[in-house]
Design a protein around this ligand. Structure first.
Ligand SMILES: Cc1cc2nc3c(=O)[nH]c(=O)nc-3n(C[C@H](O)[C@H](O)[C@H](O)COP(=O)(O)O)c2cc1C
Length: 128
């Protein structure tokens, strides 16, 4: 379990999109969600990110053999080391949940969702 420190929270507040990478037998695979979706349901105290899952079928297939995920968030509106622009790389484990607390949270906020893409963040590295 990790803690989202203030600078991470600032970027979460401003990121427009969130990119999530998984790895399958045929190579890396990248998907996205909107920043405001994770601001609505996603950020849990426990270092968990909850994303509404409508698609993410290939992602789910990849997670069934390798649950490692990497996530990038970024914003030009947050000051980084060399001026405006800050990002973070989260590494962790992911799972698509179609029932349970997080799936219900996703479905009640996003009626098109079949469940939740739940990511447990294990490590955070600053970018920029
Ligand atoms: C900016 C952006 C936001 C997206 N948000 C979601 C989302 O919240 N949930 C979702 O299921 N797919 C979302 N998608 C589509 C996914 O990135 C992905 O292409 C789709 O779910 C198929 O996933 P798969 O290739 O793992 O099967 C989004 C795509 C973009 C470009």
């Amino acid at each position: 379990m990790v803690e989202f420190e203030d600078k991470v929270k600032e970027v979460i507040e401003k990121t427009e999109i969130v990119c999530i990478g998984t790895c399958g037998k045929d190579g890396p695979h990248l998907v996205a969600t909107w920043g405001d979706y994770i601001r609505t349901i996603g950020i849990q105290d426990t270092g968990t990110i909850v994303i509404p899952a409508g698609g993410y079928r290939k992602t789910e297939e990849n997670l069934s053999t390798n649950d490692r995920v990497e996530v990038i968030i970024a914003s030009k509106e947050v000051e980084g080391t060399n001026g405006m622009g800050k990002g973070f790389l989260f590494s962790g484990r992911g799972e698509i949940q179609e029932s349970g607390e997080f799936a219900e949270l996703a479905k009640s906020n996003f009626p098109w969702a079949r469940g939740a893409f739940v990511i447990s963040v294990e490590e955070i590295n600053g970018l920029l």
